[in-house]
Each structure stands twice: as structure tokens, then as C-alpha cells.
Write a protein that binds this ligand. Sequence first.
Ligand code: USQ
Length: 395
Amino acid sequence: MSHILILGGDGYLGWPTAMYFSARGYAVTVVDNYFRRNACTELDVGMLYPLPSLSERARIWHEKTGYEIKVVIGDLTDPEVMRGLFDGRVKYQWAVDPTFSGIPETVVHYAEQPSAPYSLIDYRYANITVSNNLLVTNNLMFAVRDFAPETHMIKLGTMGEYGTPNIDIEEGWIEIEHKGRKGTFLFPRQASSLYHTTKIMDTDLFWFGVRMWNLKVTDLMQGPVYGLETDESAVDDRLKTLFNYDEVFGTIVNRFIVQAVVGYPLTVYGKGGQTRGYLNLKDTLQCVHMSEKTPAKAGELRIFNQIMETFSVNELAELTQRVGRKLGYDVTIKNIENPRKEAEEHYYNPTYQGLIDLGVEPHYLTEEVMESMFRVVAGYKDNIRQDVIFRGVKW
Ligand code: USQ
């Protein structure tokens, strides 16, 4: 049985990924330090519904399906916690078989502070973001180098590493001709938040490790994700992933649906021409699975652009309004002063073919898909706090 280690296994993507692989017969271990839950409590941002603890989730999953997801609670910025996952010192908080200590064939690294606004609240949050994200990546790289050099690392990057350049965005690499000579280099990167900048630095760390020690890395440049259900969460309502709709941790599509349901004018930042590549939560799982099935080679930093379609903020607002009105909600759109520093009108033409070539079958953001999200969110309408929707974290 192939063993997969999921760092950040309690998060928006981590928990659904764990169930997805578990349901397909993999031995799955998740590791988390509850950073996201604690940050939500500290900043008092609320979530759409309460969550069982990670061990409770694993217990429910086991009761309902018979599959086991082993749980480790620990802070991966501590190198000994990271190294313990590879050298047999691991301590599970929950496991059917607590003696298990196999080297993972694959590590999925999601264990990062993922929010652009969080990283810019002030210098302290900037420091947390820089130290957490870079130390976890560096600790992972050294643990794999020292104990498991054959292990394939799948790292979640972001399309935001590229920013919004005035040329087409390639999948990670670009050939440059300069004064009559040619070479292939990482595509130029210029992020518009400190969080996104840490992702650039992660890529550089791994690119160094790949060149020095022949490590195997897949770096997934993902766009904003939407959605709250996957096939596996249908097993029991308590297995749904966490859902933020606040300004700090909520991503735009999820936020707009919540705003529409409570009659809060959709918060379009600035002119609303900001265009990004989006994907359904279900497609994140497929992309990681396809990357796992055909790993990067030794000495390869393989980069995919993990998006399925592009939208501007205005297009998303109009879609949300159309779907909301069809369902009887009074949805209005409001352009507010942009709290972020970003281009509001720009060229955007990314390539995203590599994952499709590996067999990913995209789910698109159709009116039906959005309608089904509206229905789930509406079920929790009474939990929605309007005071957390906009707070104005400024760049
Ligand atoms: N936006 C609005 N109104 C809102 C919220 C966002 O106009 O109420 C705009 C933002 O200004 C931005 C775009 O919508 O132009 C996307 O914002 P977002 O908050 O949904 O996503 P972002 O901050 O870019 O970050 C999210 C995830 C992050 C991931 C990234 C992928 O939080 O972890 O890396 O999406 S990407 O955007 O491609 O870099």
C-alpha cells in the first residue's frame, strides 16, 4: 500500500485530500498544528460551521468507511517534528495501528499560512507568514534529503507567484534568448502580497534542493479555489472541509456566495478587472492525485499551472448575482476602494495544459455548480456574521 503524508492535513485542501487518497486505498498520515483554526479564533473571523477536531474527523471517517487516516498534531517549523515523520519517532494522536512507521512515497505539502491579507495585517503577521512558510519548506527538504531522497514532494504553490505580467504565462519555465545565447529559466515572478512572495521563495528553495541533491519535486501553481463538498465528504456532514467567508481567509467565490445569501452587497475591489485562474476543490484533489501517479523524476522540479478557467472579479460578481436572483435573493454589487495593491485592468493569458495532459477532467464553475453551493451555504445562514465580511486590511 502506497503511503502518503499530508502536511497541513486539517486545512481547506488538506482534509479533503486526506479522505480522497484514503478512499482510494492509500495509507494516509495527516499532520497539522491547528494554525488555521487558532488564527481564526485569534482574529475572531468565524467559520460557516463548527468543525470536529482532526482526530474526531479521522474517527468519524473510520467509523463510516472503515478506512484509516493517521493523525499527528505538531508544529512542522520544529525540525525534530518534521524529521520524526521520517525516522520512526512519529507519535500519532489518533491511529488504528499506532506502530506504523513507513517512509512515505509521497509528501503533499500544504502546511503554510495561505492568506495574502493575513500576511499584511502588520509586521508581526508578516513575520509569522515568512517564518512558518519558509521553515516548513526547508525542514521538509532536509528531512527528505537525509532520510527519504526517493520520496516525491508535491508542493502547493500559487499562480500569484507570476503576478500579472504583460506577456503570456508559461508553466513554470521560459526559454530566454539573450545576446545570441539561449537558456531555460524559472518564469519571472513578481507577487503582489507577502504571502505570495513566500511561495516564490519556496520554489527557489526547492529548485536549489533539486539541483544539489536530485530531489523529486512537483510545484503546483494553483489559483483561488472554490467549493465545500467532495465525493468523500458526502459520507457524513461532519466531514465537510472548513469554510471561511471573512476577508482574511475566505476566497472570492466562497465569499460572494455568502454575501449574496445574507444580502450583503458583493465586495468588488476597485474596478474589478482583476483576472485569475480558478478551480473547484474537487479538481485540486484530481490534480494532486495525477501528480502523485506520475511523479517528477530525480533532479526534476516539475511545475504545473493548476487552474481550469479564468474569470475577472466583475464576471464572478455578475455570475453570483445571476444565480442568486434565480434563487430569489436580492443580490447587489458594490465597487469598493481596493484595500490591496494590484493591477485592476491587465493582460492575463496563462498556459494550463500539463495537468489536463496527465488526465485531469475539469469541473467548471457553471450556474448549476454555483446553485448547489448556494443551497449548502443557505443551510447555515444563521451562522453568518456580517461584521467579518469586510474589515479593510490594507497593503
Ligand atoms: N477580491 C475582491 N473582492 C473580495 C475578495 C477578493 O475583489 O471580496 C479580489 C482580490 O482583490 C483579488 C481576487 O479577488 O484580485 C482574488 O482574491 P482572493 O482573496 O480570492 O485570492 P488571493 O488573495 O489571490 O489568494 C487565494 C488564496 C491563496 C492562493 C491564491 C491563488 O487565499 O492561498 O495562493 O488564491 S492566486 O490568486 O492565483 O495567487
